[in-house]
Ligand binder design. Structure first.
Ligand SMILES: Nc1ncnc2c1ncn2[C@@H]1O[C@H](COP(=O)(O)OP(=O)(O)OP(=O)(O)O)[C@@H](O)[C@H]1O
Length: 263
């Protein structure tokens, strides 16, 4: 069944600085993300991956072009509208988890819902929050650590808690920036599996920046960036994992993405 374009990025430009010190971090980039897709962005350091993610997350403003979410142009929104938009539509997973050490895991997960300006009554909101935290924690297998504090749990558990927090508001889009960057291989695999559950079972659209080919294998499509431009795209289609992995490695080698072939 055909899916709707959920995000449309049209001729996106981002410049930092001015005059002689102007850096074009994103140079006329266009792409789309379908509802329910799991898309990866890869490219060498400095190629503009995080800048694109920051613009899509509305944290950073674009210099030119358009970003449409379900046809709504975010460049036309006021700060207040952007803040509501973020809270209602987006979930974030970063490399460094961003959990607050003074709150328990459960309180960390609840935070976005508590901050959301809900129209429901306080009693109803409490009920809603508790049932949502319970169901997400079950899905992500973290029920047994809810009362602990972030410093009392492992990196992988922290990252799953961060995923739960990203998902608690039922966001339409999860933006993940190097989510496995600080994890060992077991925790990485668990986190990627978690993202897959978010995508397949909970219906979230995912856009993930990664340097890691094994993480990229989880994406149905990968955009490769070079010097602020999309230089190539790769879709998994019917490829098996090994073939997909090899194609990603080849593409990285071609664009000089990482020193994976270095001696
Ligand atoms: N706030 C800023 N001010 C000036 N230049 C910036 C700023 N942020 C990013 N840049 C520049 O924009 C370019 C793209 O940076 P960006 O962080 O998006 O790359 P990246 O692909 O995410 O890199 P990495 O993989 O190392 O995180 C780089 O040349 C970077 O130096």
């Amino acid at each position: 069944m055909a899916r709707n374009h959920f995000i449309e990025v049209k001729n996106l430009v981002k410049n930092y600085g001015t005059g002689n010190i102007k850096v074009t971090a994103v140079d006329n980039v266009s792409f789309y993300v379908d509802k329910g897709a799991f898309i990866g962005i890869m490219g060498a350091s400095g190629s503009g991956k995080t800048t694109i993610l920051n613009i899509l997350s509305t944290i950073d403003r674009m210099s030119g072009g358009q970003v449409l979410y379900d046809m709504a142009d975010i460049s036309q929104m006021t700060e207040e509208e952007l803040s509501d938009f973020r809270q209602e539509n987006l979930g974030f997973v970063f490399q460094d988890y961003n959990l607050l050490d003074t709150l328990s895991i459960e309180e960390n997960i609840m935070l976005p819902m508590a901050l959301c300006r809900h129209k429901t009554s306080k009693a109803r909101l409490k009920e809603e929050i508790e049932s949502r935290v319970k169901s997400i924690s079950e899905t992500l297998h973290i029920c047994d650590i809810l009362s602990k504090f972030p410093y009392e749990v492992s990196g992988g558990q922290k990252q799953r808690a961060a995923c739960a927090r990203a998902l608690v508001n039922n966001p339409k889009l999860i933006l993940a920036d190097e989510p496995t960057g600080a994890l060992d291989s077991n925790s990485s695999a668990m986190l990627l599996h978690t993202l897959q559950i978010m995508n397949r079972e909970l219906g979230a659209t995912i856009l993930m920046v990664t340097h890691d080919v094994f993480s990229a294998c989880y994406c149905e499509k990968i955009l490769f960036l070079n010097d602020g431009k999309i230089c190539s795209e790769l879709e998994r289609e019917n490829m098996d994992k090994k073939e997909y992995l090899n194609r990603i490695l080849d593409m990285q080698f071609k664009i000089g993405g990482d020193d994976i072939y270095a001696e």
